[in-house]
Design a binder for this molecule. Structure first.
Ligand SMILES: [Zn+2]
Length: 166
């Protein structure tokens, strides 16, 4: 039995309102994901809200000579500044590493996954998806399959064949 152009009724909720073709749904999910990904990049890079040096709050200001032990105070400040410089450098290096290596890698992996899911969905043009129930079904059959299950199974053929089971 073919799905045909007729409106597909979800066997679970009995409605047609949330029902769409699966590839269409996946393509839209992909678009939403890439939009969400672009949004944070539009914000300016984060700056640390205050100058904080380790556990203690050292403020580099005009009052640093008031401690009575200016030499000691300067040494502490020197150490604190060195620690801060190190922290910022490491932080930048990690951030750079993340932006240049980790993020694109994750992005590529995600894109690849989405592409494969879309390809998988396109192999079964008769599949319909009910957004209200997050299940897949075939028009005219009563069985349903959770979308996630279809996307992760190693045997999509069997999963889809199961939808035709009486
Ligand atoms: Zn439904």
């Amino acid at each position: 039995m073919n799905a045909g152009p007729a409106q597909a009724t979800c066997p679970r909720c009995g409605r047609v309102t949330g029902v769409r073709a699966l590839p269409e749904v996946l393509a839209e999910l992909g678009r939403q994901a890439s939009q969400a990904r672009r949004r944070p990049a539009a914000n300016p890079p984060q700056r640390s809200p205050a100058r904080r040096y380790g556990q203690d709050d050292y403020t580099l200001g005009d009052d640093q000579g008031d401690s009575g032990l200016p030499g000691q105070g300067l040494a502490d400040i020197g150490a604190a500044v060195a620690a801060e410089v190190l922290r910022r450098t490491v932080g930048r290096a990690l951030k750079k590493h993340y932006q240049e290596r980790v993020a694109p890698q994750l992005q590529r992996r995600e894109d690849e996954l989405r592409r494969r899911q879309l390809e998988r969905a396109q192999r079964y043009p008769d599949l319909r998806y009910c957004a209200d129930d997050r299940v897949l079904f075939l028009t005219g059959y009563t069985r349903t399959l959770p979308l996630e299950q279809f996307l992760i199974t190693d045997q999509p053929d069997a999963a889809v064949a199961g939808l035709r089971a009486p």
